[in-house]
Design a protein around this ligand. Structure first.
Ligand code: FEO
Length: 131
């Protein structure tokens, strides 16, 4: 069963960004499935790398759009992106070094990390991006 199921409450009403959020949800679900079915560390590390890379791509895309639309809370949003990226990269480093395991707690952290950011932070730019 998927860890995160997309519904309209996640939509930011911008097609490209919704598609990117869907891809992030897909990658977190893929990692959750791999963990649940006992896949090896190499597979999990590959999916984690995909997630880190796609997260950076998405954040960079979103920042360009916010700048273009002169979103007034751009700096705070960019800071939130940097903090989230650092958290997931720190986890990736510790995972690669064998200092931490991919656990239910970690999957829940990733789930909350993404869904809270979309619902609480991303949605604030909607009026600026769609006008
Ligand atoms: Fe969709 Fe601010 O990340």
């Amino acid at each position: 069963m998927a860890l995160i199921t997309w519904d309209d409450s996640y939509s930011v009403q911008v097609k490209d960004i919704d598609e990117q959020h869907l891809q992030l949800i897909y990658l977190i679900n893929k990692m959750h499935d791999a963990m649940s079915t006992g896949q090896g560390k190499l597979i999990l590390a590959e999916i984690l790398e995909e997630l880190v890379d796609y997260t950076k791509t998405h954040f960079s895309y979103e920042e360009q759009i916010m700048l273009k639309c002169q979103y007034p809370d751009f700096n705070a949003h960019k800071d939130a992106h940097e903090a989230l990226t650092k958290k997931v990269m720190d986890f990736q480093k510790r995972y690669q070094a064998g200092q931490v395991a991919l656990s239910v707690e970690m999957m829940n952290f990733l789930k909350d990390w993404l869904t809270n950011h979309i619902v609480e932070t991303d949605k604030r730019y909607i009026p600026y991006l769609i006008k």
